[in-house]
Design a protein around this ligand. Structure first.
Ligand SMILES: Cc1cc2nc3c(=O)[nH]c(=O)nc-3n(C[C@H](O)[C@H](O)[C@H](O)COP(=O)(O)OP(=O)(O)OC[C@H]3O[C@@H](n4cnc5c(N)ncnc54)[C@H](O)[C@@H]3O)c2cc1C
Ligand code: FES
Ligand code: FES
Length: 488
């Protein structure tokens, strides 16, 4: 194993920070507000929903330094080794001029009570650095994870469009000092495993995937933390003590994206944001779903590996991955095994994963030519909401117009993400017609006995699932206009 050191190091705004002792569950927001007295970042929900706590975290990736907005309330300090954390306090010097994004918010009346404003400014700052002249759509995507209860979003969108009128990106401090900051961060991330604290407060940041494999096999009761967009809530909402914690979200080797001959392989630590271009290229049918997973801050931190490993029945990636026949690679020590995703989800809260074993990657076969694929998410709110029902549909209709292959999978309909085998069987070998689809609808009740909860009733879920099959059929047979007519 690579040698280890006992200090966590990162840059907070302009200051080098070194921490040798901290609770594994200490959130960045608590650290900023309570320890550092930096109170610009607000706590609204403490569960990643409102964005009031948004800060930028800059990480070295692929030879550059990438700044992304994340929710400080569900980010642990232990996740920050070798990063640059930028808070609202860093944007303009005391008594100095406002930052262009702040000035635009003032001039265009983007703030009323101001509680959400620091978080909104940080999200817009990240966008402005990437896109100095953003479109309305880009602004809306950047703000999916920021709630404002009083201003209304139109003035905020106008401010985002106008930010560049108040100063160019090229003279922004993070851009001007990028090279110097990269050298500073490289010096901090010295290639050694960080191992601090003891017992439940032990916090380990392995230096490599090999080190992770060794450490986790020896400490199988530790909690793996990747983006912490699930685990963060165990701490802030359920007050769980998750230590000892092994942070894996930074690991080169878990963040690789391989666009192979027949399949796309994503390392378990690839975030939704990082995966988006490859997903768009190979599975454009998943575009809408992808941008309805969380908000930008959640997609910047959350990983596909975490979504699968968590095994939630309402996770959004398992239904399309099941429909596409994906498999995962699990690793324990130096041993690896491949498991088809359909065999991985065993029961509620139970997956085919041994103590000390972690998800290394997920491999998603490309859709063969001529096959049809769609994925639909139904939730109470369009943005930043968990699915009530998520359905993925894949069929192949042969030259005779008969269904030669059908793979249908759902989240929100059972205790695990699950294939609709009876519905598939009811379609197989039949003509891909309205009559076939209608005759297959009763089979949903054989596949699923959904529950009633705060997201939807059992009856709603069953009916929604059936209607999604109807929708898929209409869309794949050139009758999509009937959907809008039905609504009108
Ligand atoms: C505001 C908000 C909105 C959300 N919206 C959505 C949504 O729309 N759709 C959706 O599906 N989810 C949503 N989520 C849930 C969450 O973002 C996803 O499940 C995400 O993919 C989790 O990834 P992570 O890296 O943050 O996992 P973490 O929280 O770090 O870990 C989750 C679990 O996986 C384990 N784990 C992580 N990586 C590995 C690995 N490589 N091997 C083995 N175990 C591992 C951890 O130990 C833990 O048990 C939302 C969460 C929040 C806070
Ligand atoms: S406080 Fe609401 S997202 Fe962090
Ligand atoms: S200005 Fe009050 S919540 Fe946004």
């Amino acid at each position: 194993m690579t040698g280890s050191n006992n200090a966590l190091r990162f840059v907070l705004n302009d200051e080098d920070v070194e921490i040798t002792s901290i609770k594994a569950t200490e959130t960045l927001l608590d650290y900023l507000r309570l320890t550092r007295r930096l109170r610009g970042s607000k706590e609204g929900c403490a569960e990643g929903d409102c964005g009031a706590c948004s800060v930028l975290v800059g990480r070295l990736k692929g030879g550059t330094l990438i700044y992304e907005a994340v929710n400080a309330c569900i980010c642990f300090v232990g996740m920050l080794h070798g990063t640059h954390v930028v808070t609202i306090e860093h944007l303009s010097p005391a008594n100095g001029p406002l930052h262009p994004v702040q000035q635009a918010m003032v001039e265009l009346h983007g703030s009323q009570c101001g509680f959400c404003t620091p978080g909104i400014v940080m999200s817009l700052y990240a966008l402005w650095m990437r896109e100095p002249s953003p479109t309305v759509e880009q602004i809306e995507v950047a703000l999916q994870g920021n709630l404002c209860r009083c201003t209304g979003y139109s003035p905020i969108v106008r401010a985002a469009q106008a930010a560049s009128n108040y100063g160019p990106v090229a003279t922004d401090a993070l851009v001007v000092h990028r090279d110097a900051m990269m050298s500073r961060l490289r010096a901090m991330a010295d290639g050694k495993t960080v191992d601090i604290g003891e017992g439940r407060d032990r916090l380990i940041t392995p230096a490599s995937v090999g080190d992770l494999a060794e450490i986790y096999a020896a400490n199988p009761t530790a909690t793996l933390v990747s983006g912490a967009t699930d685990v963060g809530l165990w701490v802030t909402k359920f007050m769980r003590d998750i230590g000892p914690m092994i942070y894996i979200g930074h690991l080169r080797g878990l963040d690789t994206i391989t666009e192979g001959e027949g399949a796309l392989t994503l390392g378990a630590g690839v975030t939704y944001t990082a995966a988006a271009p490859a997903i768009e290229r190979h599975f454009p049918q998943l575009h809408e779903l992808w941008y309805r997973i969380g908000g930008a801050q959640v997609r910047n931190a959350g990983t596909i590996g975490g979504n699968i490993a968590n095994g939630s029945p309402i996770g959004d990636t398992p239904p399309p991955l099941l429909a596409l026949g994906a498999h995962i690679t699990l690793r324990k020590g130096s041993e690896r095994r491949e498991v088809k995703l359909r065999d991985y989800f065993i029961a509620y809260g139970k997956q085919d994963r041994q103590p000390g074993e972690f998800v290394e990657s997920v491999t998603i076969p490309y859709l063969p030519a001529g096959e049809k694929l769609a994925c639909y998410k139904i939730s109470k709110r369009k943005d930043e909401d968990i699915s009530s029902v998520c359905g993925a549909f894949r069929v192949f209709v042969n030259d005779d117009g008969l269904v030669g292959m059908a793979r249908i999978a759902f989240g929100g309909m059972a205790a695990t993400p699950k294939r609709a085998k009876s519905v598939e069987d009811a379609l197989l070998g039949k003509p891909w017609t309205t009559a076939t689809v209608e005759s297959a609808l009763p089979a949903f009740a054989a596949d699923f006995q959904p529950i009633t909860d705060m997201r939807a009733s059992r009856e709603y879920r069953l009916l929604a699932a059936q209607n999604l099959l109807r929708r898929f059929h209409l869309e794949t047979t050139g009758q999509a206009e009937r959907l809008t007519k039905a609504v009108a």
